[in-house]
Structure formats: structure tokens, C-alpha cells
Design a protein around this ligand. Structure first.
Ligand SMILES: [Zn+2]
Length: 184
């Protein structure tokens, strides 16, 4: 197993001692198999629910660091292709399903991997940013925090079901070498 590969953001303060220290700590964390399993499971939770929406392809990104102090991410995935059913989803349905896909990572982290921190701060921000665009396009208003909370209750419950858990684990095994390229 090689050394963890971390993509440094172009605007990251590379010369800063504090940043370098944080980066070293991050790399040390990423050297543990348990951490990589936890991160892959989190992303697999997202993917499982994205696929339910009709998303069929993804780009996979490994760990990245900076530019801000809180901008260290273990991994992320980005939808790249989808079915016609996805395209034709009604806006509010789409937002509700997107909320589930975004809360699912944290639900898996908390209830399957059993960590106290859901690690989904960025997921909430991403969900609000994307959904706000859909809402303003359609001149709609919606309490996105309430939608998020409702979705979280649902995914918290569902990811604990054995059949769902097994499917998410299978995805995690498949995507691990895509996220953490140094494992190969
Ligand atoms: Zn996430």
C-alpha cells in the first residue's frame, strides 16, 4: 500500500506551517484501513440513493485539502449521467430525493460505521446550493432545512436495514480503489 494521495487545492496556503501540519495529520489518518472503509461507506451511501433517483454514472474524487482550514475532504462523488426518468422528475420530488441522497452518507457514517460525527457538513451546504437553484428556476419556496431533516429521519432508518446495508457495503467495496488510488 502506497502513501495516501491528497489533491491540494490551488488556493491552499501551501507555505503555511499550520496547513502543512494539518495535511500531515490528514495523511496519517488516511493511512488507516478503518478510516478508508468509513469514507468509502459514506460515499457508497450517497451513491445508493443517487442511483435510486436514476443517476447512473459518477466521477469519483479522492482526498483533497484546502483552501480553508475546514476544507479537508476524505472523498467525494459527482453524478455524471442519468436516465430520462431522472430528467423528468418533478422539481419538489427531485429536491426530496436529492435530500435523501445527501443525508444518506451521514446516516451510514452514524448508524452503519457507527461514528459520532456524520461528516456531512459539506453535504448540507451542497444540497442547499443545488436545491436553491431549482427553486428559483421554478419560482418556488421551500424550507430546505425541514426537507433535509425529514430526509435524514428516513435515511437514518433505512440504512440500518440488513438488505440496504449489504447493498451499500457492496458499492463501498467497488468504489474504494476508485477513491483511494494508492491502494492498487
Ligand atoms: Zn457526504
Amino acid at each position: 500500500m502506497g502513501e495516501p494521495v491528497v489533491t491540494i487545492h490551488p488556493d491552499a496556503p501551501k507555505g503555511d506551517a499550520e496547513f502543512q501540519q494539518k495535511l500531515e495529520q490528514f495523511k496519517a489518518l488516511l493511512s488507516g484501513a478503518e478510516e478508508l472503509h468509513a469514507l468509502a461507506m459514506h460515499e457508497a451511501g450517497h451513491e445508493f440513493y443517487y442511483r435510486q433517483m436514476g443517476i447512473t454514472g459518477f466521477d469519483y474524487y479522492g482526498p483533497s485539502a484546502g483552501p480553508g482550514e475546514n476544507d479537508f475532504f476524505g472523498a467525494s462523488i459527482d453524478p455524471t449521467s442519468w436516465t430520462d426518468d431522472f430528467i423528468h422528475l418533478e422539481s419538489l420530488t427531485r429536491i426530496h430525493l436529492a435530500a435523501r441522497a445527501n443525508t444518506a452518507g451521514g446516516s451510514v457514517t452514524k448508524f452503519v460505521v457507527k461514528r459520532s460525527d456524520r461528516g456531512n457538513h459539506g453535504d448540507f451546504k451542497g444540497f442547499v446550493a443545488a436545491s436553491s437553484l431549482v427553486l428559483s428556476d421554478h419560482k418556488l419556496t421551500l424550507d430546505l432545512r425541514a426537507v433535509w431533516n425529514k430526509a435524514e429521519i428516513e435515511t437514518d432508518r433505512e440504512v440500518r436495514r440488513l438488505a440496504t446495508k449489504e447493498k451499500i457495503k457492496k458499492i463501498a467495496v467497488r468504489i474504494k480503489p476508485l477513491l483511494f488510488t494508492w491502494l492498487e
